[in-house]
Structure formats: structure tokens, C-alpha cells
Ligand binder design. Structure first.
Ligand SMILES: *[C@@H]1O[C@H](CO)[C@@H](O)[C@H](O)[C@H]1NC(C)=O
Ligand SMILES: *[C@@H]1O[C@H](CO)[C@@H](O)[C@H](O)[C@H]1NC(C)=O
Ligand SMILES: *[C@@H]1O[C@H](CO)[C@@H](O)[C@H](O)[C@H]1NC(C)=O
Ligand SMILES: *[C@@H]1O[C@H](CO)[C@@H](O)[C@H](O)[C@H]1NC(C)=O
Length: 248
């Protein structure tokens, strides 16, 4: 038993040690100079990227799409160089906790760094998905403003279902690629999943009551043929409430 516990402890210690990389340069003055350069450069790069994105979002031409993809690729190259430099410092031993914290954000071991060509492909696909969303039509209606208006105001369960299913079929079901690890990183907690599971247990009784209450209201509105009084809530009736500010 003791051996088992020790094994688990050393495994988790290894896990957290492995997660953040460091190098051999322990000169804190140089480390701070690096962080200052990084903070200035990333601000201006971020601005360039957001402007390119905004231009493309508001004017969806091929030229603007390629400019956005190029901006992302430049950003990507810079991020990789930043990572290379950050991991050359022995930052875990530095005295300033703020310095250590900044390095912790920059020196995360990211084991799915894609090769350059695959990253370009990734950005292209992401941009194409945005095109699909903005150009998709269901029965000649586009998401903005037609379907948004219907989702927000219609109380006709058949229509809501037709457009909800139609929209999902037209735009394609999004794949649930696992980027969870990266999403959790900003929370700076190695126990984030367990923390959340604990919070969820606290919330669960309230959630169940709220779910039952909302379902009861929907049964009154649409009838038991549409909403089963003891079943799940159909997505086309409430997905719209979440997304489009529908009130019961
Ligand atoms: C740290 O780096 C700075 C700038 O490169 C240098 O002036 C300083 O002597 C270095 N300090 C140590 C302790 O090596
Ligand atoms: C949209 O972008 C194109 C470049 O692809 C540009 O020539 C055109 O002027 C832009 N239109 C507007 C309204 O900004
Ligand atoms: C970090 O600090 C610890 C304790 O002060 C010391 O034992 C260790 O050698 C240091 N590591 C590096 C890479 O400087
Ligand atoms: C779809 O919209 C276009 C342009 O507004 C119109 O010419 C066409 O008749 C519409 N088609 C249908 C099936 O409503």
C-alpha cells in the first residue's frame, strides 16, 4: 500500500515536472529582458493578427482570407521561437514569482506541435469553416439575420426543429477534437478537472431542479408530444434559448 502510494506520488510529481520545460540559463536579468521583449512584441503581433481577422470577418474575400492566414502563420512562427527561447532559461529557480509565473505560461510542453505545412492546412480549414457558417443557407435563409430571428421568436416546434436540424446538416457536425489540455492550461492548476468535478457536485442539485423547472415550462408551451415530461430537453427548443436569448 505504501509502495503504491509512493508510486502514485512520484508519478504525479513527474507529471508536473515534465509539463513545464526549462533550460540551463539561470541569469535572471537576461530572463527579465527576454520577458520584456516578448511582452512588447506579442502585443504588436496580436494587434496585427486581430486587425487581419477583423478585416476578413467584415469583408469575406479571398484576399482578406489569405491575409488572415498569413498573419496567423507569422504569429505561429514567432510563438515557436518564443517557446524555444523561454525553454532555454532555468526559470523554475528564479527569485521573482511573477517571472516564474510568466515562464510557466510560455514554457508548457506542447506535444502536438504540428509541422509548418500542417499548421497552414489547419488555418485554411478553420477559415473555410467560417466561410461555411457565414454563407450557409437553409431554405434560402442565412443564419444572420433570418435564422437567428426565427430561433429567437418562433414558438412553432416543427419550424424550430426543421431549421435547427437543417442548419446543423448544412454546416456539418463539428468534430470534438481534443484540445481540452490546452484549454485548461490558462487556469494554472494541475488539479483543474478534479476541482471542477467537485464544484459540479455542489451545483448538481440546483441544476437538476432548474432543468425540471425549465422542462415543465416547455411542456406547458409545446405539449407532452414535443417535450417528454421525464425526458431530456430537445436541443432545438433550448439550444435556441441559450444562443439567442429566447425567454420562456
Ligand atoms: C547576467 O546577464 C547580464 C546581461 O547579459 C550580464 O551583464 C551579467 O553579468 C550576468 N550575470 C551573471 C550573474 O552572470
Ligand atoms: C474588401 O476587400 C477587398 C480586398 O479583397 C477590397 O478590395 C475591398 O475594397 C474591400 N471592401 C470594402 C467595402 O472594404
Ligand atoms: C535550484 O535551486 C535548488 C535549491 O536552491 C538547487 O539545489 C538546484 O541546484 C538549483 N537548480 C538549478 C538548475 O540552478
Ligand atoms: C432565394 O433568394 C433569391 C434572392 O433573394 C431569390 O431570387 C429566390 O427566388 C429565392 N428562392 C426561393 C426558393 O425562395
Amino acid at each position: 500500500m505504501v509502495f503504491f502510494l509512493l508510486a502514485v506520488l512520484s508519478l504525479s510529481a513527474l507529471g508536473s515536472a515534465d509539463r513545464y520545460l526549462q533550460g540551463t540559463n539561470s541569469n535572471e536579468t537576461e530572463a527579465i529582458a527576454f520577458l520584456n521583449r516578448y511582452n512588447i512584441e506579442s502585443r504588436s503581433q496580436g494587434r496585427v493578427g486581430i486587425l487581419a481577422l477583423w478585416k476578413y470577418m467584415t469583408n469575406r474575400t479571398e484576399t482578406n482570407k489569405n491575409a488572415e492566414i498569413a498573419a496567423y502563420q507569422r504569429f505561429d512562427v514567432i510563438q515557436k521561437e518564443v517557446w524555444r527561447q523561454a525553454t532555454s532559461f532555468a526559470w523554475k529557480n528564479m527569485t521573482d514569482p511573477l517571472v516564474r509565473r510568466q515562464f510557466q505560461r510560455l514554457a508548457v510542453l506542447d506535444d502536438d506541435f504540428l509541422p509548418k505545412e500542417e499548421h497552414a492546412e489547419f488555418f485554411r480549414i478553420a477559415a473555410e469553416m467560417e466561410d461555411i457558417y457565414s454563407q450557409a443557407k437553409v431554405d434560402n435563409l442565412s443564419l444572420d439575420p433570418d435564422l437567428t430571428r426565427i430561433f429567437a421568436s418562433s414558438r412553432n416546434a416543427d419550424d424550430l426543429k426543421k431549421y435547427w436540424v437543417g442548419w446543423r446538416d448544412t454546416t456539418g457536425k463539428r468534430s470534438g477534437a481534443s484540445t481540452g489540455e490546452l484549454w485548461r492550461e490558462p487556469y494554472e492548476s494541475l488539479t483543474f478537472e478534479d476541482d471542477m468535478a467537485e464544484q459540479w457536485e455542489i451545483l448538481r442539485p440546483f441544476y437538476l431542479e432548474m432543468h425540471a423547472y425549465v422542462r415543465m415550462k416547455l411542456v406547458k408551451l409545446y405539449g407532452e408530444e414535443v417535450v417528454k415530461p421525464d425526458g431530456p430537453i430537445p436541443a432545438h427548443l433550448l439550444g435556441t434559448a441559450r444562443t439567442f436569448g429566447h425567454s420562456l
